[in-house]
Design a binder for this molecule. Structure first.
Ligand SMILES: *[C@@H]1O[C@H](CO)[C@@H](O)[C@H](O)[C@H]1NC(C)=O
Ligand SMILES: *[C@@H]1O[C@H](CO)[C@@H](O)[C@H](O)[C@H]1NC(C)=O
Ligand SMILES: *[C@@H]1O[C@H](CO)[C@@H](O)[C@H](O)[C@H]1NC(C)=O
Ligand SMILES: *[C@@H]1O[C@H](CO)[C@@H](O)[C@H](O)[C@H]1NC(C)=O
Ligand SMILES: *[C@@H]1O[C@H](CO)[C@@H](O)[C@H](O)[C@H]1NC(C)=O
Ligand SMILES: *[C@@H]1O[C@H](CO)[C@@H](O)[C@H](O)[C@H]1NC(C)=O
Ligand SMILES: *[C@@H]1O[C@H](CO)[C@@H](O)[C@H](O)[C@H]1NC(C)=O
Ligand SMILES: *[C@@H]1O[C@H](CO)[C@@H](O)[C@H](O)[C@H]1NC(C)=O
Ligand SMILES: *[C@@H]1O[C@H](CO)[C@@H](O)[C@H](O)[C@H]1NC(C)=O
Ligand SMILES: *[C@@H]1O[C@H](CO)[C@@H](O)[C@H](O)[C@H]1NC(C)=O
Ligand SMILES: *[C@@H]1O[C@H](CO)[C@@H](O)[C@H](O)[C@H]1NC(C)=O
Ligand SMILES: *[C@@H]1O[C@H](CO)[C@@H](O)[C@H](O)[C@H]1NC(C)=O
Length: 552
């Protein structure tokens, strides 16, 4: 009955070109060896390893997929037993093949082992997938060790395992592997997790669509990497990089269809070193699905953002939500686009040097979409730019030196912070802070030509207390709004009342503007930020983000 499917085992004796031709169902445990002239093994049809059967492929075996679009389908067990000096090679086949070299389905994955294999693309290498509901599914973890993937091949988690239906989900783990020009992808929100440990990944493309554990990389070296969120899924795609060394990574996020607003792509870097990070966002159709980028406990060098929008209907790129925590970040150019969707940037417990954080001066969507959020807490920010004319800022416990005016809007807060001028710019014509509504307290603004320019949009929308204004040459405060400003208990750089008044530009200099009411000024510098109690992160984590608007 099984005869027509049985293994074809044909060594071409006497021929100078020896080979073994394989295909069909392996009815008994089978060993492929490189002994004699057995190599290469050509698949002339699919090789199928049924349940309870083991296919063992010994060191040095070469398997060639050139004869057609065939696969080795494993429902039983596979042992790939290469060695460091004699790998097992999977090669041949075409990039347009639909089948992968190895496919695992309905098997107990831990009973398979793959060591020292080499998969040469462009044919796809390894996939795990589900079988029809009700049938035996893959269980456990497939571990692939010390193997090489190259030449445009692909590894995929192709199964669909809704967490509601499956209490445990199978997974793939790659240990001490090397990937070059390889795509690592999960096709669906509910696909199996992929973990890569202790590996080298050069010219990799990640397409991480699965939620929950998603794709996770630890203790690895990555170079020239693209993480591409370019397909539609309904859940939060997760990509995590941990304890790794990364150079030249692009997060490419593009959306070509309308999709739900509630799904996030989450990109997390922790305990790593990342250089040349580029966040590239593009859309060509209405899309609201933002990417969330979380950088933690890491050292970041040279990060940039870029956006492409083709402006069709509301085709604003979904703005990323970026969170930087416990990082050392040197050299950066983060441009935050304005858009239909809310977005935010928060930086906590970090040291930033020569980082520019900017947003366009024009709000594409008009005042209905005014306020975005920006938070900087316990940050040392040196020699940078913060130009966020449509953001409401919360700046607490930070030490800032600026290369251009710190420009913020909405109802912003500056507390227990110091804002000064970068030594790289001259004092003449320099401006420190440019804000609309502002609560400025227990802080110092120093070394500018004009320390603070405000544009209050209601009575006492600007309120200043227990703050030092020091060494600002022209004005400490320049009120360019029509409303009055309240300033209580501040130090103005002098104990001379006439000088204090001269350094305030308000109604009494131009009656189009509001007044600055100051009282209870101090004769000596205040402790201000240096007198604040220690920073307590928990006091700020629950801050309500500012509102955003969907339109009228
Ligand atoms: C074959 O596998 C099935 C399940 O995969 C198992 O229940 C059965 O005991 C196995 N039979 C043998 C002979 O190992
Ligand atoms: C396998 O197939 C490829 C593509 O046809 C060929 O270049 C290669 O030589 C083959 N390998 C072996 C060992 O026969
Ligand atoms: C998951 O379970 C739901 C019902 O609970 C069912 O409708 C759906 O088809 C199942 N999906 C899969 C992939 O098993
Ligand atoms: C990290 O990976 C390297 C190989 O790249 C390995 O030697 C080392 O033991 C790994 N460290 C940990 C903590 O796993
Ligand atoms: C960064 O990696 C991409 C491939 O992802 C490559 O095209 C580009 O040349 C690399 N850039 C640098 C500066 O290495
Ligand atoms: C990364 O890409 C650049 C530019 O193409 C290349 O010079 C460099 O060798 C690549 N690095 C690795 C590790 O492949
Ligand atoms: C990161 O990796 C370290 C070391 O492998 C581990 O202890 C830690 O739990 C990992 N963190 C995350 C968020 O995966
Ligand atoms: C910063 O990274 C970009 C790629 O993202 C690269 O082109 C550029 O040369 C890098 N600049 C520095 C100063 O390293
Ligand atoms: C920083 O970003 C802005 C806006 O995208 C761009 O005009 C400028 O050229 C960038 N600067 C560098 C050094 O990349
Ligand atoms: C940051 O802005 C300053 C001043 O505008 C500029 O000189 C510098 O090149 C910018 N840096 C980056 C990385 O774009
Ligand atoms: C602040 O927002 C208002 C809209 O409420 C806008 O008119 C103004 O131009 C913004 N400020 C700056 C400095 O862009
Ligand atoms: C006067 O200012 C000082 C210093 O800021 C402050 O400690 C004190 O509470 C203020 N007194 C009143 C009545 O506002």
């Amino acid at each position: 009955m099984h005869l027509h499917l049985a293994l074809i085992f044909c060594v071409l004796c006497g021929s100078s070109q020896a080979a073994t031709y394989v295909g069909g169902v392996l009815l008994t445990n089978t060993v492929w060896s490189s002994a004699g002239s057995a190599n290469p093994y050509y698949l002339t049809q699919d090789v199928q390893v049924p349940r309870n059967v083991t296919l063992t492929i010994q060191a040095g075996v070469v398997i060639n997929f050139t004869q057609g679009d065939f696969e080795i389908l494993v429902k039983g067990y596979l042992k790939v037993e290469g060695t460091a000096s004699q790998k097992v090679t999977f090669q041949g086949g075409s990039g347009s093949d639909l089948k992968y070299m190895l496919k695992f389905q309905s098997t107990r994955l831990p009973l398979t082992s793959i060591r020292y294999a080499q998969f040469k693309g462009p044919k796809s290498a390894v996939q795990i997938t589900n079988s029809a509901p009700g049938l035996q599914q893959n269980t456990g973890k497939l571990v692939i060790e010390s193997s090489i993937f190259s030449d445009g091949t692909t590894i995929s988690a192709n199964g669909i395992y809704p967490r509601a239906n499956y209490s445990s989900v199978p997974s793939m783990e790659y240990i001490s592997c090397s990937f070059s020009q390889t795509t690592v992808s999960s096709i669906n929100t509910d696909s199996e997790p992929i973990r890569i440990l202790n590996s080298k990944i050069f010219y990799g493309i990640f397409s991480p669509l699965a939620s929950n554990e998603g794709i996770q990389i630890e203790n690895s070296t990555l170079r020239n990497i693209t993480v591409s969120y370019d397909r539609q899924v309904t859940g939060p795609s997760i990509f995590r990089l941990n304890t790794s060394d990364i150079t030249n990574l692009t997060i490419f996020y593009s959306n070509t269809y309308y999709y739900s607003s509630n799904t996030l792509a989450t990109f997390v870097v922790g305990q790593s070193v990342i250089r040349d990070l580029n966040i590239a966002i593009s859309t060509s159709f209405s899309s609201f699905r933002p990417v969330e980028i979380i950088l933690e406990n890491s050292s970041i060098y040279n990060a940039t953002t870029s956006y492409i929008s083709t402006y069709y209907w509301y085709s604003y790129p979904p703005p990323p939500k970026i969170s930087i925590r416990n990082c050392k970040f040197t050299l950066g150019n983060l441009t935050l686009i304005m858009g239909y969707y809310d977005h935010s940037l928060s930086i906590v417990n970090s040291i930033l040097t020569k980082v520019n954080i900017t947003a366009p001066s024009k709000n594409d969507l008009g005042s209905n979409y005014l306020i975005k959020s920006f938070a900087m807490r316990n940050v040392s920010f040196t020699d940078g730019v913060i130009y966020l004319p449509y953001h409401q800022a919360q700046i607490v416990y930070s030490t800032i030196t600026l290369r251009s005016p710190l420009t913020i809007n909405g109802t912003s807060t500056i507390l227990c912070s110091s804002v000064g001028r970068s030594s790289s710019i001259v004092q003449a014509n320099s401006l420190g802070v440019d804000a609309a509504g502002l609560s400025l307290s227990r802080s110092t603004i120093k070394n500018f030509d004009i320390g603070l320019r405000v544009r209050p949009v209601s009575v006492y929308a600007v309120n200043i207390s227990q703050t030092n204004f020091q060494s600002n040459t022209q004005y400490n405060i320049d009120n360019k709004g029509t409303y009055d400003v309240l300033a209580t208990g501040n130090y103005w750089g002098t104990n001379n009342a006439a000088t204090i008044t001269n350094k305030i530009n308000d109604y009494w200099d131009n009656i189009n503007y509001g007044e600055v009411f100051y009282n209870n000024f101090t004769a000596n510098p205040l402790a201000a930020e240096t007198g604040c109690a220690a920073f307590d992160e928990n006091q700020y984590t629950t801050t309500t983000p500012p509102p955003y608007y969907w339109g009228k």
